[in-house]
Structure formats: C-alpha cells, structure tokens
Design a protein around this ligand. Structure first.
Ligand SMILES: C[S@@+](CC[C@H](N)C(=O)[O-])C[C@H]1O[C@@H](n2cnc3c(N)ncnc32)[C@H](O)[C@@H]1O
Length: 277
C-alpha cells in the first residue's frame, strides 16, 4: 500500500465514525511515518513497509471505534505548541485560545503580573501564557495529581521556568490575596447533557467535564471565592458553555465583579467572561 492508497482507504473507513475523516487519516499517517502533512502530499506513491501498514491500520481501527485522534498520537496542538495528552484530563480545544488572546490584549503593559490557571489539565493555558510572558509569575493548579504530572511534563517540554505547580481542590491550597489574574477553563457541562455520549468527550474524564445539574457548580464556586485570592483590581476570567453566557454574567454581577466583558469563540458564541474585583 502506498501513501495515497492508505489515505484514501482510511478516509473511507472513517467517514461514518468521524466528522473529520480526511484530516484524521492524515494526522494518523504522519504519526506513523514520523513526517509532516507536506511529506504525504509530496510523496503519494511512496510505499509503506509492513510495520507501518500494520500500525496505521491499527490506529484507524481504534479511531473507528471513537477513540480521539489526540489519544492515539498522544499529542494535540494548542496555541501553535504541541502538548502531550492522556486520559487524565481534557484534550485542549481551539476555543480556549480565546482566553489566551483576551489575556494578552488586556494585560499588555510591561508589568510582571501574577496569574493562576485553575484546573490546568495539560497546562495548555498556563504554558501558552508563560511562553508569551516569561516575566510573569504563573501558578498552575489542578485537583488531579495525574493531570498535574502531565502539565509538568508539558512545561518541561516547552522549557517554561516561570510556572509553579500546586495540587488543590480549587482554592483549598492557594494563598489568599495573591493573584492579579485568576483564569480557568473549569468543568461546565451539565451532568445529563446528551453531548457526553458523542465524540471525543466519551473518552475524557467526567471530572474534567461535568459540573452539577446545569454545569454551573464550579463556575459559581470560582465566582464566589475568587475575590479572596485576587489582589485589589484583579481579574477573574472563565471559559463556559455557549448557552451559559447569561448565567455566568449574572454570577459575576451577583458576586460583585465590575467591568464585566464577554468574548466569542471561533464559531461566534459567547464562551468567555471576565470581570474585575
Ligand atoms: C475542562 S478541563 C480544562 C483543562 C485545561 N485547563 C484546558 O483548558 O484544556 C477542567 C480541569 O479542571 C480540573 N478540575 C476539576 N475539578 C477541580 C477542582 N475541584 N479543583 C481543581 N481542579 C479541578 C480537572 O481535573 C481538569 O483538568
């Protein structure tokens, strides 16, 4: 089998199982061949050896059964950086880049801010900001030791030496009045949301996804307690669901935040809320 035949066959085999069959096939084949997509396009006639063929067909079969591409390759790109991923936490999503853009636009002075990324998971938010702002002092926290190990591995991979890691159930092990910015992409899916039975989320831990009956429990907790951990004038910034913008706005308002701003994701949905104490 050559590269073109492998891609065509996988595209066909994945068409029912995945909304992105062509891309999935390319990503899996680049993973097996240790090459980039340009190589696949440049050398369509190149033959796969027996081991490469076996490995590729095995991955396609796993993808057919629903396993996320990122779990098959162990990697996902976020903010143009490669992150190791595993089943201890969420696979980073492009929508979360909205939070990074907001932070970089809003806090664009030379001041070395102190920021905490709560529920850091792979460390995607903390590490992306740490790369952009090497002078900032960044803390990354998560309740999951396994997720923290993964975030530390990613931090080491990206040589970010301005991040410290803390295991904490939200604010439990965090010092009061210490941060200029608290940022979080917390769990925010409703427990019985039917989307939990579809796509990649079936393979991600509930602890990273769900938050009570309407998905608001963790966001409410963050809103209620953040002011005790922010410096005067500090900001809380959270990601939330596309249908939670009014609930989150009310939550920020009821907890005394001012200058509240909301941002849209790449699909035009309001997915981020920020407010000042
Ligand atoms: C939606 S994932 C976000 C992961 C990562 N920040 C990202 O944007 O890709 C939520 C994360 O919150 C963590 N989490 C859940 N409950 C928590 C709690 N009580 N305290 C701290 N972190 C928690 C989960 O372990 C998970 O890593």
């Amino acid at each position: 089998m050559n590269i073109q035949q492998a891609l065509e066959q996988a595209d066909y085999d994945l068409s029912d199982a995945s909304p992105s069959a062509t891309l999935d096939a390319q990503v899996l084949l680049t993973h097996v061949l240790h090459c980039n997509t340009a190589h696949l396009l440049a050398w369509p006639e190149k033959q796969l050896n027996k081991e490469q063929t076996t490995n590729f067909l095995r991955l396609v079969k796993q993808r057919q059964s629903g396993k996320p591409v990122a779990h098959l390759t162990g990697l996902r790109e976020f903010w143009s950086l490669d992150f190791f991923v595993n089943d201890s936490t969420l696979i980073p999503r492009p929508d979360t880049e909205t939070l990074i853009e907001f932070v970089l636009n809003k806090f664009n002075s030379d001041q070395p801010y102190k920021l905490i990324d709560m529920g850091t998971g792979t460390g995607a938010i903390a590490i992306s900001i740490a790369k952009e702002k090497p002078d900032w002092s960044i803390t990354a926290s998560d309740v999951s030791f396994d997720a923290l190990d993964l975030a530390k591995k990613n931090s080491k991979h990206h040589h970010t030496d301005n991040i410290s890691f803390t295991q904490s159930n939200w604010f439990e092990n965090i010092n009061a009045n210490d941060f200029d910015i608290i940022i979080s992409n917390p769990p925010y899916i409703a427990e019985n949301d039917p989307h939990l039975q579809q796509g990649d989320v079936r393979f991600e831990p509930q602890s990273a996804l769900t938050s009570g009956v309407v998905g608001m429990d963790d966001i409410i907790h963050l809103c209620q307690h953040a002011k005790n951990y922010l410096t005067s004038g500090g900001y809380l910034i959270v990601e939330h669901g596309y249908n939670q913008n009014q609930l989150v706005l009310d939550c920020f308002t009821n907890n005394g935040f001012t200058l509240i701003e909301q941002s849209r994701d790449l699909s035009g949905h309001i997915r981020m809320t920020a407010g000042k104490v």
